[in-house]
Design a protein around this ligand. Sequence first.
Ligand SMILES: [Zn+2]
Length: 61
Amino acid sequence: MEKICCRCKRNERDGRWVPAKDEDRRDFSYGFCPNCYQETLAEIKMASEYNRYPKAAELTV
Ligand SMILES: [Zn+2]
């Protein structure tokens, strides 16, 4: 099964991430392309640092 990025809607085809056509979207599993994966990780990290949940802060000390 091919993967489609749930952020930028590109799909992996022959090792490259290309824009997906609507008719191609039926049999894909959703995930992140490498770019969006890194961006999403960075956003999660920034969000968790910004919010500073007490429990998370205790774990990292
Ligand atoms: Zn993407």
